[in-house]
Write a protein that binds this ligand. Structure first.
Ligand code: PSU
Ligand code: MN
Length: 305
């Protein structure tokens, strides 16, 4: 593994010492948000994580090298360069073999962070079962990854561009714990409540860290979904955003958007349709996840032997 990987010196040192490290994905930078907000957000997220006592490790693939932790210039590259491929599990060997650039999704960030020994990962929202997924089989590879890779993923739930009920069923089947951070409702990304409940609620980083430790010490493999609702003051009106989502989905269908293009298309269309309010909400929820994720990583580092 090591021969494919380049770990940033600061991250390497923290890992060797058992200090807290938080992984971050790069698809949200290259395909999830427009420039320059993507760069500002990526920088600010790293700053928040540092302020709370953990080391950030943004993950991506550059010229075929698996990067664990990016420099300022590398962050800029992911934020501005066109033609960086959205990379999920299936894409990794093609990208490395051909020395290409890949922005990592939740699934592939889990894989690469896990290879490096990181156990906490902060993102915006996870992929899930798309609406109509029972017919199209459009189920994000993110969900499968939770059954395979040991990683605590802090997210603001799943967007209502997805079928949240089916997404939770899929996670249950795979034995993935779905935990609410200070909430009993599974959050719906732009809004605090999806109408579905989480399996368990935790109210602080240490309670979460204890669950992680037990799960992995007992070798109960796989990831944990930690749903952290968007801050109240940043939440969008459910009717407003859900109407916009309905329209975006209809437009994607009309245009025949398929496969890995679906999620970026919906995000970018929603931003236009809401005059930037969906993007502002997205940014705020990522910051909030960074705070909680750093606290969980700090608590987890104190528990390891
Ligand atoms: N949700 C967001 N922004 C994003 C993504 C999800 O609000 O950028 C990205 C994540 O990287 C996630 C991926 O892993 O989209 C899921 O893509 P798909 O639905 O094609 O599996
Ligand atoms: Mn898909």
């Amino acid at each position: 593994m090591k021969k494919y990987m380049e770990i940033h010196p600061e991250v390497k040192k923290a890992l060797e010492k058992g200090n807290p490290v938080v992984a971050l994905e790069s698809t949200i930078i290259s395909h999830g948000m427009p420039y320059p907000k993507n760069l500002e957000t990526a920088r600010e997220v790293e700053k928040i994580i540092r302020q709370r006592g953990a080391v950030p490790a943004t993950i991506g693939i550059m010229k075929g090298r698996l990067k664990i932790g990016l420099t300022e210039e590398e962050l800029m590259y992911f934020a501005t360069e066109k033609g960086i491929l959205k990379t999920s599990r299936r894409d990794i060997p093609y990208i490395t073999a051909n020395k290409k650039d890949g922005a990592t999704t939740v699934a592939s960030t889990m894989i690469l962070a896990g290879m490096a020994g990181i156990r906490v990962f902060v993102t915006g929202g996870i992929g899930g079962v798309h609406r109509g997924g029972q017919n199209t089989l459009d189920i994000s590879a993110d969900l499968m990854e939770f059954s395979k890779t040991d990683m605590a993923v802090i997210c603001a739930g799943a967007k209502s561009i997805l079928d949240i009920g089916l997404t939770l069923e899929y996670l249950e089947t795979q034995g993935v714990p779905v935990v609410g951070f200070k909430t009993e409702s599974f959050p719906a990304f732009y809004t605090r409540e999806s109408g579905y409940k989480v399996d368990y609620q935790v109210d602080n980083g240490m309670s979460m860290a204890r669950i992680m430790k037990d799960k992995w010490e007992m070798d109960l493999k796989g990831g944990i979904v930690i749903g952290n609702p968007i801050p109240r003051e940043a939440e969008l009106d459910p009717k407003f955003i859900n109407d916009a989502i309905e329209k975006a989905i209809a437009l994607a269908e009309e245009k025949g958007i398929q496969g890995k293009e679906v999620t970026p298309f919906l995000l970018s269309h929603l931003k236009e349709a809401t005059k930037g309010r969906s993007l502002d909400a997205n940014i705020e929820l990522v910051y909030n996840n960074a705070r909680v994720g750093a606290d969980i990583a700090v608590a987890y580092a104190t528990l390891k032997d």
